[in-house]
Design a protein. Sequence first.
Length: 149
Amino acid sequence: MARSPREVLLALVHGVAEGRWDELPNLYAEQTHVTHPFDPLRAPALRTREELREHFRPTDTSRRLHRRPADITIHETADPEIIVAEFEYRGTIADTGEPFAQPAIFVLRVRDGEIVSSRDYFDHLTTARIRGQLDELVAAVSATPTTST
């Protein structure tokens, strides 16, 4: 029997917290649509499991983080495939012991136990800061031309 949307969400947030990077792409359908609407660099959507495998691949430049999901609230919707999850990762930066809280909201569509679409709303400035990449993010945003819509 396929996992419910709630079970998939919990596997995702706990998998991230526990660093199970190789397992995470398998929570997604082969063809999917994952966006990060608050990404200041406006990265394109992740559309395949292989793109997600690359997305979840740890880099040597990232700080090691000890984290756990906290305050998870899952809202079910009129559509049984869609849930909205509010939560935060709480933890510490391994090298410094500095505590952090990283709030997030995910809007997931799960079909047959796999994520077919997700909108992941993160505070990207906090994410960059706790990863030791804030200066890099600010420089990249400063160098990105603005476009009118």
